[in-house]
Design a protein around this ligand. Structure first.
Ligand code: AP5
Length: 225
């Protein structure tokens, strides 16, 4: 299998994390979520944690210099592996341009950019019901993607928690930043002919399956039959 260097774009709650995790397992390439990197830093504590938490809890973007720096460190450590799936990065035009330079210096061009399109009502419903595993990051939803045992992760037995930034007020603020800044990134990749739009509405399995089919991976339904 060739190297895949993929970016997942989409508004908050569009299912980027869900689809990126499944695709990462299927292609066996690392899943890199800048949001998860920040949450991990907050769990560990330290100077980055304080700064990042201030922005995240208000639904604002962490400054570009900090975000680009953590991505640069990741590329230096692991960029040469089998590829990557970035989820939630880049989110501003400045990040996209810095990312392009970092990738060009390392001769690691992107192979695909996916945009998950989802309506605003659907976003609120998903985010306000989201639960995630505090140990492995697996994602669930209180009514739509339920764990077998309430409050417990199916995959690792970890505790399921609600994210601190998943309030209605914060989600509206995150959506505002998405429209204001991240849509420029969507247009940037569209101009480069790299962007593929995926309709992310509907049930979880359908959205994930559409992504799998794009990468020539046999659909799970076909595999089961
Ligand atoms: P981040 O963690 O990236 O959050 P986000 O972009 O707001 O996206 P979400 O994680 O909320 O949603 P998602 O699209 O991954 O959806 P999910 O799969 O979980 O960033 C958090 C914060 O960190 C930002 O606000 C910012 O402050 C900071 N940050 C991160 N990156 C940054 C950057 N590059 N620059 C600056 N700051 C940055 O799904 C949502 C829910 O729906 C789940 O419950 C799931 O089970 C369910 N679900 C998923 N798919 C479906 C489906 N098809 N049908 C029904 N339910 C579904």
């Amino acid at each position: 299998m060739g190297h895949h260097r993929i970016v997942f774009l989409g508004p908050p709650g569009s299912g980027k994390g869900t689809a990126a995790m499944e695709l990462s397992a299927a292609l066996q390439v690392p899943h890199v979520s800048t949001g998860e990197m920040f949450r991990e830093a907050i769990r560990r504590g330290g100077p980055l944690a304080e700064t990042a938490k201030g922005f995240i809890d208000k639904g604002q973007l962490v400054p570009d210099e900090i975000t680009v720096q953590i991505v640069r460190l990741w590329l230096d450590e692991r960029g040469r592996e089998r590829g990557f799936i970035f989820d939630g990065f880049p989110r501003t035009l400045a990040q996209a341009e810095a990312f392009e330079r970092l990738l060009a210096e390392r001769n690691l061009p992107l192979t695909a950019v996916l945009l998950l399109d989802v309506s605003e009502e659907e976003i609120l419903e998903r985010i306000l019901g989201r639960l995630s595993c505090e140990k492995c990051g697996a994602l669930y939803h209180v009514t739509r993607v339920r764990p077998k045992l309430e409050g417990v992760c199916d995959k690792c037995g970890g505790k399921l928690i609600k994210r601190a930034d998943d309030t209605e007020e914060t989600v509206r603020e995150r959506l505002r930043w998405y429209e204001q800044l991240t849509m420029d990134v969507v247009r940037y990749y569209e101009r480069q002919g790299l962007l593929t739009r995926v309709d992310g509405n509907g049930i979880k399995d359908h959205a994930v399956e559409k992504v799998m089919v794009l990468f020539g991976l046999v659909s799970r339904r076909a595999r089961a039959s």
